[in-house]
Design a protein. Sequence first.
Length: 193
Amino acid sequence: MLENIIHIEKPPQVQEKTLQVIDNAVGDDLAERIWQIVNRPKWHWGHMSRKSAPQKFWAMDLNGEEAMKELFESVRPHFDIAAHTKLALRKVNASGHTHGLGGAIHQDYNTDDYYSMLYYANPVWHPKFGGETQFYSDDLNYIIHSVMPKPSRVVFFDGRIPHFGRSPSREFWGVRVAIAFKLKVITRDAAAP
């Protein structure tokens, strides 16, 4: 059977780009406050992963929300170390996906001085609900990592990594809520590679 294999490719890795996942990133109190914030009637329809994408979904502006600042500050030291930088928060928004309403593959930035952080806000998630965030190789030929939107999970990554949020499966009847933090490098560690 193996004699029929002509060529085996080894998928490329993220290489020098940072991608980290942290579970239980926030305590129950902060997670509940964030969930209450994203359940306010402030959602608007028509957000897109990129301007040319036909896929639209729900979004909510969360700039200025104290709970978002608290979340960012609680995980910031870990990510400053991981990225060998000091990071500043530029903007925060929530995206809401229902079955059939996923995003489009995109990069948040195309230079190395920006990072992104996702926080999954749903208090309950089951693998059968789907809704993963998928990360791709630069050439888009490989899924290099897939992250389930587990409650209180944070994903920190280089904004140049192509990615998108998949829509939830038919098993899930609500809104998959991911909060995106856009971060800018304000100082670089001289010892960084």
